[in-house]
Design a protein around this ligand. Structure first.
Ligand code: AVJ
Length: 321
């Protein structure tokens, strides 16, 4: 922990490369090869994701920002002043900046797995809000989160924007929301952004942009493994593949081997047939009712929900049942 500014604290609980090792090897060993999407977010990956959020085809970010601008004061009214706000997967800080215009907080705790990205974006918030205690926590929030001691405030809000909840299988999403519910206590609120079910063509375009940025983002995972896990993927021998799996209600991203090949990762050998895939991401889409039903299973009830006029994206305010 270090203090760059008197109101800025950085808690570095980033998983070590060794922690990724077991997950990566297990993911590539199985019958259907897979890698966890949290591995996208090294520095390069965070920058590519940031570029995705500005693509014309990628509607979620700008739609959610529009909802925050339009309904921020209502959201702030439900959340209440003077508490602690934890943001899961904070990434860049545009969204919290909008909320901070409507909401007076005692402390803000952005949580993200991308270390330098977090340091910069959280530090900027601390600089611009000298009366706000900013405790950035670099960690993997898909695992149980240990909060620093200084967080014993009465009122806690969890802000989970971007529809990152969509990366989790519904069962894991329920578990994560259960852990969040325990964090919130009786007075707390969860503000969560959830991408809505919609026209499959629109979804397809959002994950197959014409500039190929999403493809770079997907392929960067292999570059990262080459660098950090002593792998020897030939990145040019894989291609990006993304489609909407309608029966399962999710966009899937894959990396497809374009030729038959053998890859070494940290001394372990993996065979790929031509056309074989590594499943790198799911992005589940929920109707408002589907999501409320899932939240109810986690012990959370809906207090309000906002969506844009085109019904592209939703933000739910939930509290402990
Ligand atoms: C950050 C997980 C919400 O699923 O839309 C964007 C990640 N992947 N384009 C999403 C992503 C491909 C994004 N989430």
């Amino acid at each position: 922990m270090e203090a760059a500014l008197p109101n800025f604290f950085f808690h570095d609980l980033h998983p070590a490369p060794e922690d990724f090792h077991a997950e990566v090897i297990a993911g590539l060993r199985g019958e259907n090869k897979r890698l966890p999407p949290k591995l996208f977010y090294d520095e390069q990956g965070s920058q590519l994701f940031d570029a995705i959020t500005r693509l014309p085809e990628y509607y979620p970010t700008r739609t959610e920002i529009g909802l925050l601008q339009r309904h921020g004061p209502d959201m702030a009214g439900l959340v209440g002043d003077d508490g602690l706000l934890l943001e899961l997967g904070s990434g860049s800080n545009i969204k919290i900046r909008i909320l901070l215009e409507a909401l007076r907080l005692q402390a803000y705790a952005p949580i993200d797995i991308s270390r330098e990205f977090l340091r910069l974006s959280a530090g900027a918030i601390a600089q611009d809000h000298p009366a706000l205690q900013v405790h950035a926590i670099c960690t993997d929030y898909s695992k149980p989160i240990e909060l620093p001691r200084c967080f014993d405030t009465e009122r806690r809000t969890v802000f989970f924007p971007g529809s990152s909840i969509g990366n989790f299988e519904p069962e894991q999403a329920r578990e994560l929301m259960q852990r969040v519910a325990a964090l919130l206590g009786p007075d707390g609120r969860l503000l969560i952004g959830v991408d809505l079910k919609k026209d499959p063509e629109r979804l397809h375009a959002a994950y197959n942009d014409s500039q190929g940025i999403t493809a770079c983002f997907n392929l960067n995972l292999l570059t990262r493994l080459n660098r950090e896990l002593d792998a020897d993927f030939d990145v040019s021998a894989f291609r990006h593949h993304a489609f909407y799996n309608e029966p399962l209600g999710r966009v899937e991203m894959h990396l497809i081997a374009t030729i038959r090949q053998r890859v070494r990762v940290d001394g372990c050998c993996f065979e790929f047939q031509t056309g074989e895939s590594i499943h790198t991401e799911n992005s589940y889409k929920y109707s408002v009712d589907e999501f409320q039903a899932l939240a109810a299973q986690a012990g959370l009830i809906g207090e309000a929900v906002w969506q844009d006029d085109d019904a592209l994206f939703s933000i739910h305010c939930l509290k402990a049942a």
